[in-house]
Design a protein around this ligand. Structure first.
Ligand code: ATP
Ligand code: MG
Length: 568
């Protein structure tokens, strides 16, 4: 491709509204343009990268035995009503009507659509197992679209859905997909981790996420330093703690007129934050309220809390008015002593003795409080986010927290959708059974941004070889003035193209500075500089993107091809 005929629009300035480096570089290198909040156009250069990711994903899915389909992004609402998600999914689901006033949604994920297709056409065990996938645009009306295509409202997803006679076969395919994903991310060339995950709105029994490790990642991951354990903080478990210390102190009321937060109470009393206890009041599953007790230094994990049988799902905090009515105190002064609503304590909160908590009286706290003596022995549960230094739940090592970008998610759905949508097949004995399902997603467009987060330097993007939009850029110096340079550049360009290399010829007649800056910014892995000086010695200058120094090579296409081969 000749740059003089290409749609390349690069800028030096960092766009003001782009917070993370991938978003900045995608705009500066002219990969994407914003159409509206969370909506992006892929320019020619960006689309080439997106299509490379797509190609790797497609090849590995095909190799793993999955079959590609394509279903419409707009879906009749009835299917979502059947699964119950039309009501449950919330404001992320874009709903609209057609001219006949029929309800539709724009698909954020396609379990219902594929299950509907499967229940019509799959009748016999002979047709199972099957794994159907598509690479298609999804729409989620994200509350906070940001970071460019990383968290967009419209994005490209690879979604796959598998159907099985029994759980054992689902397990087999789950492992098969896990391996396919491993191959995909290895081929793409990113540093990734597989972590235990929460199943979220898609539901099901067991799931794992694939994360690209990056400081800008929106997800916190807990990784053990003593074993292979890794989990999204949403799903990382804590275990009951050892025996609780003896109750020594007497219960004593202390005045804390303005101290509502545990931090302030701890500072006033000169005690560690970890010796305080707080109550978080949520809506209960029975329609009433439920109090969740946590240590002052711990953070409630709403995903865990809403799985507790006493807690309403989705997790909803009680209002201040509801708290006042239930406790007779302002929020900020709550505690388990004398609390009149059901209470569940996090394992660590239940292990406290002689702790400080609210007195359920505005302006007062209690010190020397103890479970079993001042407040009833509470039922316990895992309710909090793990913190750095917590023991790994497998008993080996300690957890540390790192940040990641979720690029893939695999689920064992079980019969959640096949049952809700009455899908049955006849087994070998002629009996009707409800198939087991799995589903497997990859954020194809998000991968482009995630890779840039890992692969960049001060000059711009450093594409891993398999994703580079072009592999070689030929930069002639003094193109207009030197017929020898022009001829050598044209010849190299033609020869590389004929050899099947994706090559750019920068024939825009720029000075070396801006020409090299663009080549670095758009991240082309191999740069060939052709100038009169080098040609006098029958040499090209070769530089690998990211290398400190260029090298001289023979002025022949063959020499360039050899360099590329070594790199790949
Ligand atoms: P997240 O937790 O980041 O919101 P999710 O768990 O809701 O993602 P899934 O339903 O598992 O996402 O979707 C499969 C994949 O689609 C994700 O692993 C992610 O890579 C990608 N994805 C999800 N939401 C977005 C988005 N708003 N923009 C770009 N990619 C997305
Ligand atoms: Mg997910």
């Amino acid at each position: 491709m000749r740059l003089s005929k290409y749609f390349l629009v690069t800028t030096k300035e960092t766009p003001a509204d782009a917070e993370v480096v991938s978003h900045q570089l995608m705009l500066r290198a002219g990969l994407i343009r914003k159409l509206g909040a969370g909506l992006y156009t892929w320019l020619p250069l960006g689309l080439r990268v997106l299509q490379k990711v797509e190609a790797v994903v497609r090849e590995e899915m095909n190799r793993a035995g999955a079959l590609e389909v394509l279903v419409p992004p707009q879906v009749p609402a009835e299917l979502w009503q059947e699964s119950g998600r039309y009501e449950k999914y919330g404001a992320e689901l874009l709903r609209f009507k057609d001219r006949h006033q029929r309800d539709f949604i724009l698909g954020p994920t396609h379990e219902e659509v594929i299950t509907d297709m499967a229940r019509r056409d799959i009748r016999s065990y002979r047709q199972l197992p099957v794994n159907l996938y598509q690479i298609q645009t999804k729409f989620r009306d994200e509350i906070r679209p940001r970071f460019g295509v990383m968290r967009a409202r419209e994005f490209l997803m690879k979604d796959a859905y598998s159907f099985h006679l029994d759980e054992a076969d689902l397990m087999r395919e789950y492992r098969n997909m896990r391996e396919a994903y491993r191959s995909i991310f290895t081929r793409i060339g990113v540093d990734f981790r597989i972590v235990k995950a929460d199943s979220g709105a898609i539901g099901g029994d067991r799931s794992e996420e694939f994360h690209v490790l990056a400081a800008s990642g929106e997800d916190l991951l807990a990784v053990s330093d003593g074993s292979g354990y890794a989990a999204n903080v949403e799903a990382a478990e804590t275990r009951p703690q050892g025996a609780r210390g003896a109750a020594v102190a007497a219960l004593e009321k202390v005045s804390t007129p303005t101290q509502k937060a545990c931090e302030d109470v701890a500072a006033l009393l000169g005690i560690p934050l970890a010796a305080t206890l707080k109550l978080i009041v949520a809506k209960g599953r029975d329609g009433g309220l439920v109090a969740l007790a946590l240590r002052g230094d711990h953070v409630l994990n709403a995903v865990k809390a809403e799985k507790h049988p006493l807690v309403a799902a989705p997790f909803t905090l009680a209002s201040d008015a509801e708290i006042r009515a239930a406790f007779g105190s302002e929020p900020g002064f709550l505690g388990p002593v004398g609390a009149k609503i059901p209470l569940v304590a996090d394992h660590a909160a239940a292990a406290l003795s002689d702790f400080v908590c609210g007195a359920n009286e505005t302006g007062f706290h209690l010190r020397g409080a103890n479970w079993g003596r001042d407040a009833a022995e509470p039922p316990t549960a895992d309710l909090r986010n793990v913190v750095s230094g917590d023991p790994s739940p497998d008993g080996q090592g300690k957890l540390t927290l790192v940040r990641g970008i979720e690029v893939g998610h695999i689920f064992q759905l079980g019969r959640k959708y096949s049952e809700a949508m009455h899908m049955t097949v006849l087994d070998e004995a002629g009996k009707e059974i409800v198939p087991e399902m799995g589903c497997y997603g990859i954020g194809v467009s998000r991968i482009v941004a995630a890779v840039i987060e890992q692969c960049n330097d001060a000059a711009g993007i450093v594409w891993p070889e398999p994703l580079a939009p072009f592999r070689v850029i030929v930069c002639p110096i003094g193109l207009e003035k030197s017929p020898a340079v022009k001829q050598a550049a044209e010849k190299l360009y033609e020869e590389l193209a004929a050899a099947g290399v994706e090559v750019l010829l920068d024939d825009r007649g720029l000075r070396p500075g801006p020409m090299f800056a663009d080549a670095d910014l758009i991240g082309i892995p191999h740069r060939i500089v052709i100038g009169d000086k080098g040609l006098a010695n029958a040499q090209f200058e070769y530089k690998r993107r990211g290398a400190a120094e260029p090298a001289m090579i023979a002025a022949m296409a063959q020499a360039v091809l050899e360099r590329i081969k070594i790199a790949a």
